[in-house]
Design a protein around this ligand. Structure first.
Ligand code: FAD
Ligand code: DLZ
Length: 521
């Protein structure tokens, strides 16, 4: 009567719902499989992080006395797919039944449900309880709301969890301190990301990844990812002490060659299950209560986890699979080559965001939203290309969190479900929040000349293209008024520059003018 529990690469939590149901005699299956490692061109660090964390979790389970069948990628018997590995193990061991916690991605949930329906042995799929809001709780939030908004959900979650509450009132007297969190960083010492000596497991996994995934995006040289719960707890403590006090002030800042600023780098640890979101929020709140971090920092940080992280997951499960097909702005321009190779662009902001991404499998939120995301939005990049890119290149990218952020927040392709207006901006915004423009060959002050920052003419071209679609959106009224006031000849020059830019990129893969002209001769 032995049962088996299959644990996936992002389910590395001792309190996982499926693990909780096991008797001491029951066993665990974990498998490194080609299908999961290649369904998009995952960054090398993402694959290495998941394999290393899985192997460490296997060892922790074994130390606790649990029998674990662990299938490595190179195992000659490996069928290289999670559901077929389950079937293979069942044929060998004839378990009395299986249990798993629901996968975090739609495609995999469907695959396991379909196996459960056709198998002649029981496969039980349990809800993932590692989130604040269950599926039922999120459905009840959505029900009856025409226009769901994160802020309403977040306030309800604050009240329900008691996080950052003084009785019935929000701590600090306000629900949201976002207005205090928009400072430009003008210099000073920045705490380096925490790192640990590399152990034999990570070294072996990196060598496996270099050998088997040599053509995948990114490098393995840098590494600031915890691979065990102990390391993740240290990373949490380090963040709370060194970075959280400044997190709020500089949450939206962009600084050349400063790749992580005051961000926590905790997303991978929470998604893999090494940390629970609750313990992360509680640690942040304690720092506020102890006077170690100001309210604007702590509220801003907790809002990202209790608010945004839960909200995007809720929307994902509520609207999939139809959500993935949305293309509200009919975007269809292929993603430029320079998203994979920053040497192909002269835009310093994109160079910085893509370099960070390639070197670290990381970019902070404003790089993702206001640099690469904004460029993809205003140039009209094809939604599927963009969502595949984001899913591939970040160590923390799992579809439940990546898709609503990309398709909804960055590309405004979901018809306004994630946000009430598109996050579109010209180079002026990037100049205000960063030091990128100073070292850029393009002129951020220019709009309708050859040397103008492409973000400028693409921005006005975007507004002109979608003028009718945005006409009834009160939050777009001001920018549309500015568009309408633009001299028609100037607008026509701007639109021509946007067309030429895209033609140049189509022809050469690059926006570099001299190279493009050379290639066209
Ligand atoms: P911090 O800035 O320190 O924030 C703290 C935590 O808050 C994060 O660890 C994360 O868990 C949570 N958080 C912050 N913003 C969001 C958000 N918008 N949605 C959900 N959780 C949030 N996040 C992912 O985890 N995976 C993704 O694949 C992903 N793709 C994104 C794609 C786009 C286009 C955009 C605009 C954002 C995306 N985000 C994604 C959200 C956010 O950028 C990352 O969570 C964050 O940069 C992770 O770094 P950090 O841990 O240092 O975060
Ligand atoms: C992302 C990933 C990768 C690269 N490899 C594996 C793997 O070999 N085995 C595994 O169990 N899980 C892996 N994962 C994580 C899964 O893709 C993840 O569980 C789903 O995306 C659901 O969130």
């Amino acid at each position: 009567m032995t049962r088996c529990c299959i644990i996936l690469g992002d389910q590395l939590s001792a309190d996982l719902s499926a693990l909780q149901t096991l008797e001491p005699r029951d066993v665990v299956l974990m498998a490194e499989v080609w299908s999961e490692a290649t369904y998009v061109n995952h960054h090398k660090q993402k694959i290495a992080l998941i394999f290393s964390a899985m192997r460490h979790f296997r060892d922790a389970l074994r130390q606790s006395g649990r029998t674990v069948h662990y299938v490595t990628l190179d195992d000659p018997d490996n069928t290289q797919d999670l559901t077929t590995e389950l079937e293979r193990m069942q044929a060998v061991h004839e378990f009395s039944g299986w249990v798993l916690t629901e996968p975090g991605e739609w495609r995999l949930k469907v695959a396991f449900e379909s196996l459960a329906n056709r198998a002649d042995y029981p496969i039980e799929i349990l809800e993932d309880t590692r989130f604040f809001a269950s599926h039922a709780r999120f459905s009840s939030f959505l029900s009856g709301r025409k226009q769901p908004r994160m802020e309403h959900f977040y306030r309800a979650m604050r009240k329900e969890t008691g996080l950052l509450m003084d009785g019935a009132e929000p701590a600090g007297g306000q629900w949201n301190f976002d207005h205090d969190n928009r400072k430009k960083f003008t210099g000073g010492a920045l705490p380096a990301p925490m790192t640990w000596p590399e152990d034999a497991i990570t070294t072996e996994v990196k060598s496996l990844v270099n050998r088997r995934f040599a053509n995948h995006f990114g490098t393995l040289e840098s590494w600031f990812w915890p691979v065990t719960r102990e390391q993740a707890l240290e990373a949490l403590q380090y963040f709370i002490a060194e970075r959280l006090p400044f997190f709020g002030d500089f949450q939206d800042a962009l600084v050349a060659e400063e790749d992580t600023l005051f961000h926590s780098l905790l997303s991978t640890s929470m998604h893999l299950g090494l940390l629970s979101p609750r313990e992360v929020c509680v640690a942040a709140e304690m720092a506020y209560r102890d006077g170690q971090a100001p309210i604007n920092a702590v509220e801003g940080f907790i809002r990202q986890i209790l608010g945004w992280r839960e909200y995007v997951r809720g929307l994902y499960w509520a609207y999939m699979p139809e959500y993935k097909e949305r293309n509200g702005l009919k975007a269809d321009w292929p993603l430029p080559e320079f998203f994979w190779d920053e040497s192909q662009t002269d835009m310093r902001c994109i160079q910085e965001a893509v370099r960070n991404t390639r070197e670290h499998a990381y970019a902070h939120h404003i790089q993702r939203l206001m640099v690469t995301g904004n460029f993809a939005l205003i140039s009209g990049c094809r939604v599927g290309d963009v969502t595949d890119w984001y899913l591939a290149v970040y160590a923390d990218a799992f579809e439940w969190v990546e898709l609503p952020n990309t398709l909804g927040m960055a590309l405004f392709a979901d018809g306004g479900l994630m946000g009430s207006k598109p996050y579109c901006a010209s180079g002026k915004y990037i100049d205000r929040m960063s030091d990128y423009c100073k070292g850029c060959v393009y002129s951020v002050k220019a709009v309708d000349t050859e040397d103008a920052c492409p973000m400028n003419y693409l921005y006005w071209d975007f507004l002109a293209t979608h003028r009718e679609a945005f006409a009834n959106n009160p939050r777009m009224a001001m920018v549309l008024k500015n568009l309408d006031r633009m001299d028609p000849e100037k607008l026509s020059r701007v639109r021509m520059l946007a067309t030429d830019f895209k033609a140049r990129v189509n022809a050469t893969g690059s926006d570099r003018q001299s190279k493009a002209q050379g290639a066209l001769l």
